[in-house]
Design a protein around this ligand. Structure first.
Ligand code: KIV
Ligand code: ZN
Length: 537
């Protein structure tokens, strides 16, 4: 367990993966997945988890409440709920977080000219709304954070007034967002310096924590966040893998590893256990179906790979020649669990627990079976393999509308690629469809489309191997969008057969789409096929 300690050089890590991150196109999570990610964020050592936006929907509220109850323990992180500066939102946010040992209400109001115009209020009315919102939040919760949204395009004088009003009304954290990713590091540093020194009641020694929340539209989110730290900012709002609205938010791993790697330059510390970074990154990637680009700093597949001969030679002689961090620092280990046919369920359970997964009962039986099958075909089963199996199991849920039962494909240079897919729906009805396509994945997806009849467009398809070697597990992430809508849904699948992974990922994304939009009713019996369909129930 992480021991969180604080002094004037501690940077508070406020993670908004479950709120701003979940606003990434296609990143919808179930409440069980949110809880699992929140548990992992707690193990990672984040100080604050922004668990969601409770006023957004009853499901969001329930997910925040569950995280507050189960992860917001006295030795765990603060649990924050987001709210607009509206009474209903603030009450919902409090309803969401009240059961946490350390609850926080985070309320915001747009302060830039375009945001005030959108709200149809002038600057004075804006200040009045901030006062009322923070006063109400403070009457419910000791810990209140205020954000002047779109601060990056708000004049500094008005920002100072807005922050002063928020502090006077009881805000203890002032978070300055660059909502549209517009600012440049040096100008942002100057703005923050001015705010920190000139906001009445919020200067150095006042006890108020200054925070930044940057978006990455110009690729400067990390640089802007770090620029703030040099000026006295002591809270950073970040997401795992940098996911978030549009180009995303500041990435947790980049900021934390900058502080850690350049300790002498910043003179700061965090409570993050950096060895948990890779695991958290993989979990978020898998659950959200959002691939991480190979050259992404810290967590990309190539982040610690050395290709050129000169680099390889240098690293072999002395890792420091070309490496500023050790792969182990971020939890990239070569640890291998060698379990074969004779290995027991207990050993697997213990290793999974060490990896941070509490898995019991039916789920353990299922993962054990998959593990044995994998151990049969693969000489060594690594931690990354186990994580992929767990993620794959988590991606197929009991409440899914459709489940894959079997798949068989025929492909190659002779004849048309053909797939036969057998699926079962929630009512236990079985469907078998055979279809042809341009390749085995296309043929399989066509067969699934005929069964599920939820028209969608495949936006993204990524396949990647979990480990090196020809016998590796293949992971697939897909993103789909319903026809006539710009909402997107992600899915993940892992198997030693990449056609099976591809199909699982697609079915997972379709199930998400159906759960969320309520479309894709089962095709009436007899209607579900044009090529060799049999409904066997
Ligand atoms: O980007 C933004 O301004 C936000 C606020 C709600 C903090 O996400
Ligand atoms: Zn944001």
């Amino acid at each position: 367990m992480v021991m969180r300690t604080y002094d004037e050089n501690t940077v508070i890590v406020f993670d908004t993966t479950l709120r701003d991150g979940e606003q990434s196109p296609g990143a919808t999570l179930s409440s069980a997945e949110k809880l699992e990610i929140a548990r992992q964020l707690s193990r990672l050592g984040v100080d604050v988890i922004e668990a969601g936006f409770p006023a957004a929907s009853p499901d969001d509220l329930k997910a925040v409440q569950r995280i507050a109850r189960e992860v917001g323990t006295p030795d765990g992180p603060t649990i924050a709920g987001l709210s607009r500066a509206l009474e209903g939102d603030i009450l919902a946010a409090w309803d969401g977080v009240r059961e946490a040992a350390k609850p926080r209400i985070h309320t915001f109001l747009g302060t830039s000219p375009s945001h005030l115009a959108m709200l149809r209020i002038d600057k004075d009315e804006g200040l009045q709304r901030i006062r009322e919102a923070v006063t109400l939040a403070k009457s419910l919760c000791v810990d209140v954070e205020f954000s002047p949204m779109d601060a990056g395009r708000t004049d500094t004088e008005y920002l100072i007034q807005a922050c002063a009003v928020a502090v006077e009304a009881g805000a203890t954290t002032l978070n300055i967002p660059d909502t549209v990713g517009y600012v440049m590091p040096t100008e942002w540093a100057e703005t923050l310096e001015m705010l920190i020194n000139e906001t009445p009641g919020a200067g150095p020694g006042s006890g108020v924590i200054w925070s930044v929340h940057c978006h990455n539209d110009l690729g400067l989110a990390t640089a802007n966040t770090l620029a703030g730290l040099k000026k006295g900012v002591r809270q950073v709002e970040v997401t795992i893998n940098g996911i978030g609205e549009r180009a995303g938010n500041t990435s947790l791993e980049e900021v934390v590893m900058s502080i850690q790697t350049r300790k002498a330059y910043y003179g700061l510390r965090t409570n993050i256990d950096s060895t948990q970074i890779m695991k958290t990154s993989r979990m978020v990637r898998n659950y959200m179906g959002m691939p991480v680009q190979a050259n992404k700093a810290i967590v990309g597949a190539n982040a610690f790979a050395h290709e050129s001969g000169i680099h390889q030679d240098g690293v072999l002689k002395n890792a420091e020649t070309f490496e500023i961090m050790m792969p182990e620092d971020v939890g990239l280990t070569q640890s291998k669990l060698v379990l074969g046919k004779l290995s027991g369920r207990h050993a697997l359970r213990v290793r999974l627990r060490e990896l941070g997964y509490e898995i019991d009962g039916e789920e353990l039986i299922e993962i054990f079976k998959r593990f044995k099958d994998l151990a049969d075909v693969k000489k060594t089963v690594t931690d990354a393999d186990l994580e992929a199996l767990v993620a794959d199991e988590a991606a197929q849920k009991p409440e899914d509308h459709f489940r894959l039962v079997d798949i068989q494909v025929a492909c190659g240079t002779m004849g048309l690629p053909t797939a036969t897919v057998k699926m079962i729906n929630q009512d236990g009805e079985e469907f078998i469809v055979a279809s042809v396509g341009t390749g085995p994945v296309d043929a399989s997806y066509r067969a699934i489309d005929e069964i599920i009849q939820a028209p969608s467009v495949l936006l993204e398809f990524n396949v990647h191997s979990v480990t090196e070697g020809i016998d590796a597990l293949g992971e697939v992430t897909v993103r789909i969008s319903p026809e006539n809508s710009n909402r997107t849904f992600g899915g993940y699948g892992a198997d030693s057969d990449i056609i099976v992974s591809s199909v699982k990922a697609y079915v997972a994304a379709l199930n998400r789409m159906i759960s969320s939009l309520g479309i894709g009713d089962v095709a009436p019996e007899g209607e579900a096929a044009t090529v060799g369909l049999t409904s066997t129930s």
